[in-house]
Design a protein around this ligand. Structure first.
Ligand code: ASP
Ligand code: MG
Length: 405
């Protein structure tokens, strides 16, 4: 007998018919002899609706009361799913995050799980129940309701799988797995059978929104076998696992596109110690996340300093730079929010030289100008003009023959 955690996202529980389909799938899993814990999200659009509602009574709602509100979305779906299971003669019990003691810190709206009491879940399972747990929510030491940040149900599922040492954590969603790239951009995109935690973390942070990043971090830390699969189509999905479990290592696993960035440059700044911190200090203080950073070689005591931020932070960052530019005696400040970041990801990069030069040559053949480059052990990212987004992704996908298994 295996212990399986199955998580169903908002689209999979969007209406009564889909909830009934989830119930049938859960019943099938239980009938094949497994113990099942189900984690559900709120019905599609519900969390957004609650957020809108909150902002109609208060501008920029945050904190404790927002979590009391947001947690209701998942409380609806656990009850509906158990009712649907009862209709199929499956004994099941629903639990809120507080009831099963998904203990978190008190960072409302983005709380972190610190502990899960497995006792209550275990005894409900051992009594023969399917256990249905509300995703996305937890409870603080003091007993206050918290939520884990958007997409947090994925993390609930993985954390429960880790705490109970489940055999597999299955994330059911509206795609068939993790793809080599976005199938909407490249028709030849291929579903991956397996991918490493590390690669998945890079892909997720680069904008492939299949899983909440924190859930992948959790899975990696506790070695949870994590599988992404479709709740609408049958199929094996994609297994996210450690490198030892991947027999034949591909050169690359995927190409990602991120259009959410903007680039800022401070031109002609004095090349002396402390410049980077003078520029980026106030940006950090404004809670603006910086991604890529590039400083040119100084010439005649002057240098250029370029970095990227989320596109939504572009205006705020621009005004910070204009402010410090006088202080620093910089020549000018320039900005461009029509850029895109294309990245290739793969653990195979560690053992193969020459991938970067193939990336650059392939883009050059298409006359795509590269504005910035950054690399890590398993990733190469380049910034290009936004108008080359799709061409760039397609070019790299075919250069590395990612359509072929
Ligand atoms: N319902 C929450 C959200 O929409 C959590 C989740 O779906 O994972 O972000
Ligand atoms: Mg989700």
């Amino acid at each position: 007998m295996s212990l399986i955690v199955q998580k169903f996202g908002g689209t999979s529980v969007a209406d009564p018919e889909r909830i009934a389909a989830v119930a049938r799938r859960v019943k099938g899993c239980q009938q094949s002899g497994d113990q099942v814990i189900v984690v559900v999200s709120a019905m599609a659009g519900e969390t957004d609706r609650l957020l809108r509602l909150a902002s109609e009574v208060l501008k920029n709602p945050t904190g404790r009361e927002l979590d009391v509100l947001l947690a209701t979305g998942e409380q609806v779906t656990i009850a509906l799913l158990v009712l649907a299971l009862q209709g199929l003669e499956v004994t099941a019990r629903s639990f809120t995050g507080a009831q099963v003691q998904i203990r978190t810190d008190t960072a409302y709206n983005k709380a972190r799980i610190v502990n899960i009491e497995s006792e209550k879940i275990c005894s409900a399972l051992n009594e023969g129940n399917v256990v249905v747990v509300a995703g996305f929510q937890g409870v603080s030491e003091a007993g206050d309701i918290t939520t884990l940040g958007r997409g947090g149900s994925d993390t609930t599922a993985v954390a429960i799988a880790a705490a109970l040492e489940a055999d597999e954590c299955q994330i059911y969603t509206d795609v068939e797995g993790v793809y080599t790239t976005d199938p909407r951009l490249v028709a030849e995109a291929r579903r991956l059978d397996r991918i490493t935690y590390e690669e998945m973390l890079e892909m997720a942070s680069l904008g492939a929104k299949v899983l909440q990043i924190r859930s992948v971090e959790f899975a990696s830390k506790y070695r949870v076998a994590l599988r992404v699969l479709s709740s609408f189509e049958e199929g094996p999905g994609t297994l996210i696992t450690s490198e030892e479990n991947i027999m034949e290592e591909a050169l690359l696993s995927g190409v990602t596109l991120n259009r959410d960035e903007a680039k800022l440059t401070m031109l002609g700044v004095p090349d002396r110690p402390g410049v980077a911190s003078t520029i980026l200090g106030p940006v950090a203080e404004a809670n603006i996340e910086v991604d890529m950073i590039l400083q040119n070689m100084g010439a005649d005591g002057m240098t250029d300093f370029t970095f990227t931020v989320h596109r939504s932070d572009f205006d705020a960052t621009m005004s910070i730079l204009e402010h410090i530019s006088d202080e620093l005696g910089a020549r000018a400040v320039e900005g461009d929010n029509k850029i895109a970041k294309i990245s290739v990801v793969g653990v195979g990069m560690r053992s193969h030289a020459g991938i970067a030069s193939r990336v650059f040559a392939a883009l050059a053949r298409e006359a795509i100008n590269i504005q910035m480059i950054s690399t890590s052990e398993i990733k190469i990212s380049i910034v290009v003009d936004e108008k080359y987004s799709e061409l760039g992704v397609r070019t790299l996908h075919s250069e590395f023959k990612l359509e072929q298994a």
